[in-house]
Design a protein around this ligand. Sequence first.
Ligand SMILES: *[C@@H]1O[C@H](CO)[C@@H](O)[C@H](O)[C@H]1NC(C)=O
Ligand SMILES: *[C@@H]1O[C@H](CO)[C@@H](O)[C@H](O)[C@H]1NC(C)=O
Ligand SMILES: *[C@@H]1O[C@H](CO)[C@@H](O)[C@H](O)[C@H]1NC(C)=O
Ligand SMILES: *[C@@H]1O[C@H](CO)[C@@H](O)[C@H](O)[C@H]1NC(C)=O
Ligand SMILES: *[C@@H]1O[C@H](CO)[C@@H](O)[C@H](O)[C@H]1NC(C)=O
Ligand SMILES: *[C@@H]1O[C@H](CO)[C@@H](O)[C@H](O)[C@H]1NC(C)=O
Length: 331
Amino acid sequence: MIRTVILVCFLLQLLTRAFVHSQDRNGRQVWPVPYRRFDRRPEADSYCQALYPFCPTGDPDGRIPYVRDSDIISVFRLQTPVWEFKYGDLLGKFHIMHDAIGFSSTETGKNYTMEWYELFQLGNCTFPHERSDKDAPFWCNQGAACFFEGIDDMHWKQNGTLEKVGEISGEQFNEMARWVQEDNETGIYYETWTVRSDPGPNSTVWFESYDCSQFVHRTYRKLVELGAKLSSKTQTNYTKIYLYSGEPSYLGDDNAIFGQPSMKTLATDIKKFYHSFRPHQSVIEIILSLLEAYEKVVLEKSFYLYYNFEYWYLPMKPPYVQITYEEVPLP
Ligand SMILES: *[C@@H]1O[C@H](CO)[C@@H](O)[C@H](O)[C@H]1NC(C)=O
Ligand SMILES: *[C@@H]1O[C@H](CO)[C@@H](O)[C@H](O)[C@H]1NC(C)=O
Ligand SMILES: *[C@@H]1O[C@H](CO)[C@@H](O)[C@H](O)[C@H]1NC(C)=O
Ligand SMILES: *[C@@H]1O[C@H](CO)[C@@H](O)[C@H](O)[C@H]1NC(C)=O
Ligand SMILES: *[C@@H]1O[C@H](CO)[C@@H](O)[C@H](O)[C@H]1NC(C)=O
Ligand SMILES: *[C@@H]1O[C@H](CO)[C@@H](O)[C@H](O)[C@H]1NC(C)=O
């Protein structure tokens, strides 16, 4: 009897653990599905090897210099086209931008750049690897914050933006630095896609992206919460990569899908789906692959989204995939 009760409790616990993160008290699904935070960032798997080292000029332990509370720190909005989109007409219609924040200390004259990006590049965060020694698709999808000394004015100014958007005190800067460390420890993976129901202004957002621009928005919100006032003379637009779908359904994590013989059909479908989008080295290749995949998505009206290390089924609908450059006002 007691054993049965314990077993039932255990099963209930498992069930609530599986669902609690994205359902409200009445068991209704909460949209957008909250991005999962972790207690701490794990080491990346040694299978994931960066072609370009992550944060080469940052402090190896991610330390952010302490400034005097009385210092005045200028805050800069930094934006530049991902370099493949800087020159020439190829895919020139897409504004694929990278976003960052700059800081400059009045007392020391030193300045700093802070950005959040993929440890193993965008392709690895968007599409998984097929490994002969693993049943499940394998993701190298960590992203992290990088803080380093210097602002390369030319890099940001050329076809991009370098604009002072406010001033904060040294005290506010130090508090922000503590928050960045915590955000960096607990938000560990990159998510390329924003998934919503349609392009209209009242659409339901099913999943939010978690990328460089979301980090910048989070930081701005934190600064405003700490008392900063931010303003821009120009429209503040950001790149969004959208998928459009009807209400998503939850499928399960790697163990539930790839560890169960009863799920073999689904497991095979997911692998087949990602087979056509193997990771690529350049952003152009990713865009080309997306356009290729577009046909597949339109034809089959299906997308298997990986979010919070779990798979979801998206019943895709027009316009399926969109890359926009749209305004997100400063908080
Ligand atoms: C993507 O991950 C694979 C596997 O670790 C690695 O070989 C490749 O260099 C990574 N790509 C980039 C651009 O870092
Ligand atoms: C964020 O985490 C990465 C990966 O562990 C680390 O390299 C980086 O220094 C950290 N950045 C900050 C600002 O803490
Ligand atoms: C950052 O510092 C460098 C070196 O002193 C300087 O050339 C650059 O103009 C500064 N940029 C900003 C935005 O303060
Ligand atoms: C970007 O800047 C470079 C150099 O200033 C210029 O040659 C190029 O035409 C610009 N590209 C766009 C798309 O404006
Ligand atoms: C969106 O919702 C608002 C508030 O409910 C409403 O006033 C507006 O007309 C809606 N817009 C569209 C395009 O449905
Ligand atoms: C910036 O976004 C606004 C509204 O989202 C849009 O109307 C405008 O065309 C965008 N600017 C550029 C340069 O794309």
